[in-house]
Design a protein around this ligand. Structure first.
Ligand SMILES: [Cu+2]
Length: 362
């Protein structure tokens, strides 16, 4: 049910999100994929894997690095987990990622290679925050031809759970939420994955708690502390939360930001104590609406940075290749990127495409 509203979706092993994969650096990841989704072809992209040992044909881009896997067929992915870090995997075919095919992929390495290991007590497999936007229909319904600059996010899910907020009745749909358990006065490494499909950035906050960023994507970074994290789809950030507040429940809240006109929010709970409690639960109280209780004084990657904010350029890796940063390129290529808005006339005038549905005006 995801956000309390029923819909059909695509899944891996009947799970949303897809099962998390945890491995050690240099392990071989072998995944046998059977496409049971009638009428589809599929492929999986292992986001963050560089395939440096020559396994680029497992990168999952259909028609580029592999033929898509037709319905009823099997395909084996096999590659080495070369890069430590928080990664994820998702379908790279059609709109299947928006329809539910995404999951975490975590590669761990020995503590003695981690310059930030002393900053936390625990790095638990259940402390993954995989955030995705969600609609109440299959993403294909909006094509061919989008009626707006983007598809409309209706909910945000954290590890596949959220509560739909009805903008008309101003009520939440009752649905269970993800619970993250922590012990008082311990420090925890959380692994945040932005698995959104829309163009809107997510803004992440944890009620009354700061986040110390210690790693992003493939690299550890010199740690810095923020209370608000902006991120775009595909990005991953690892941060430490110090559970040093009064024991209780605290909201973890991602929001969509501009250019999405309607702000959509997702919720999970950071819960002190009760270590063996369930990781998914109905929570009695309603989440706060655009609450003022969340700190917003130290924002990472804010589009309009203020004095205390941390811009992306302040992020310092422990190791980097000076020759790449300061080197002179042999060639420069300028790519022009835009999100053009097509009128109905432009899309349908040649009578070879017909609109299937038109549900939302963003
Ligand atoms: Cu990706």
């Amino acid at each position: 049910m995801a956000d309390g509203i029923g819909r059909g979706f695509l899944s891996v092993n009947h799970e949303l999100p897809a099962p998390a994969i945890h491995v050690c650096k240099d392990d071989v990841i072998m995944v046998d994929l059977t496409n049971d989704a009638e009428g589809t072809a599929t492929s999986i992209h292992w986001h963050g894997m560089r395939h440096i040992l020559g396994t680029q044909y497992f990168d999952g881009t259909p028609y580029l690095t592999q033929c898509p896997i037709p319905y009823g067929n099997k395909f084996r992915y096999a590659f080495t987990a070369d890069d430590e870090g928080t990664h994820f995997y998702h379908s790279h075919s059609g709109h299947q990622k928006a329809n539910g095919i995404f999951g975490a992929l975590v590669v761990r390495a020995p503590d003695n290679t981690n310059p930030n290991r002393h900053l936390y007590d625990y790095d638990l497999p259940e402390h993954i925050i995989i955030v995705s936007d969600w609609m109440h229909h299959l993403a294909e319904d909006d094509f061919p031809g989008i009626v707006s600059r983007s598809q409309l996010t209706q909910s945000i899910l954290i590890n596949g759970h959220g509560r739909f907020f009805n903008q008309t009745s101003k009520t939440y749909q009752l649905a269970p939420l993800t619970i993250y358990h922590v012990e008082p006065n311990k420090k925890y490494r959380f692994r945040f994955i932005n698995s959104g499909f829309n163009v809107c950035p997510f803004l992440l906050q944890v009620e009354h708690h700061e986040m110390s960023i210690i790693a992003t994507e493939l690299s550890y970074v010199e740690p810095f502390t923020i209370d608000t994290l902006y991120s775009l789809t595909g990005e991953r950030f690892d941060f430490v939360i110090n559970a040093n507040k009064t024991p209780g429940d605290y909201w973890i809240r991602p929001q969509t930001m501009l250019p999405c006109r309607i702000i959509t929010e997702g919720f999970a709970v950071l819960r002190y104590g009760n270590k063996s409690g369930s990781s998914v639960e109905f929570v009695d109280k309603d989440p706060p609406r655009e609450s003022k209780v969340f700190l917003k004084q130290k924002i990472f990657n804010s589009p309009k940075p203020k004095v205390k904010d941390i811009p992306f350029l302040k992020l310092n890796a422990y190791e980097y290749d000076d020759s790449i940063i300061k080197g002179e390129p042999d060639h420069k290529y300028y790519l022009f990127l835009d999100s053009p808005t097509f009128s109905d006339d432009a899309l349908y005038s040649n009578k070879t495409h017909y609109r299937m549905s038109c549900k939302f005006i963003n």
